[in-house]
Write a protein that binds this ligand. Structure first.
Ligand code: SAM
Length: 264
């Protein structure tokens, strides 16, 4: 009866999109779970048989324990204190979710977890970086995970990218095709275009929607603001930054124009 309360508790648009990417039936670890809303929802709706809510801070940990206890889910949601993937044993879960953190932190958690063997048996990673998405895509690419899907969700005027990665035997071959920039039809050095794919997302670039354009219009606005700030300085370092930023703005603008022309 109590578990039904957790199932009825609505997730935000962002967390709903994360939950959708969790394969049905998967045992899940939600790393940096904070409020444990996601594991509570996954288990109480029957999407997951078992979940671990991992959290490094005491405050959220205590709140999560109280919530899981009150929802009557303590036998199916294990709330554990620890740094990153240290909270799981190898082979304990099929899917790892890391959401709502920066890309650099997500990549470092994956790095440490992989070195400790904690990703053994994990088939799916659901990652939602708030910033630094390119660092997460690069980590996946360099560690043989296939980026299976990507989407953008808008919540309260912010855009969030969701990345779903799968451990597949032919991940390297699939990734080579996915990160082949020729579909963009742009005349730039391949390494520049590959960096662009890591930054903007190889699936998102192939299937641009209104959210994609909204996000990148907003990013371009922020970059223009930074450009105006740097323009006030006359140091050689500022001149270099200005040139790099100008090139980046021009390339992203070019991509946006091409994609918009392609769908109109
Ligand atoms: N995942 C939830 C979501 O998407 O709504 C909560 C996101 S919250 C902004 C980030 C949480 O990650 C915080 O509760 C923070 O304490 C936790 N965190 C940060 N670094 C961590 C680490 N290395 N291991 C475990 N948890 C961590």
């Amino acid at each position: 009866m109590k578990a039904a309360a957790a199932a009825r508790r609505a997730l935000s648009a962002r967390l709903s999109a994360v939950a959708e990417l969790v394969p049905p039936g998967a045992r899940v670890a939600d790393i940096g779970s904070d409020h444990a809303l996601l594991p509570a929802w996954l288990v109480s709706t029957g999407k997951s048989p078992f979940a671990v809510a991992g959290e490094v801070r005491d405050g959220p940990l205590r709140q999560s324990m109280a919530r899981i206890e009150a929802d009557g889910l303590a036998d199916v949601v294990a709330v554990r204190k620890g740094d990153g993937l240290a909270v799981i044993a190898p082979g304990e879960v099929d899917c790892v979710v890391i959401a709502g953190m920066g890309g650099a932190l997500i990549a470092s958690i994956l790095d440490a977890g992989e070195a400790a063997g904690k990703l053994r048996g994990v088939r799916t990673l659901v990652l939602q970086p708030n910033v630094g998405e390119d660092l997460v895509r690069r980590w996946l690419l360099e560690h043989g995970w296939h980026l299976a899907s990507e989407r953008i969700v808008e919540e309260d005027g912010r855009w969030y990218e969701m990345l779903e990665a799968r451990r597949l035997k032919d991940a390297d071959r699939l990734n080579a095709a996915l990160y082949d920039p020729s579909f963009l039809g742009l005349e730039h050095p391949p390494e520049r275009l590959r960096a662009l794919l890591l930054r903007m997302g190889p699936w998102l670039l192939r299937q641009p929607d209104e959210r994609f354009f909204g996000k990148w219009r907003s990013e371009l606005d922020k970059m223009e603001t930074i450009r105006r700030q740097i323009e006030r300085s006359d140091s050689p370092e500022a001149a270099r930054k200005l040139r790099e930023l100008g090139e980046e703005i021009a390339l992203i603008g070019e991509v946006m124009a091409c994609l918009q022309a392609g769908i109109s």
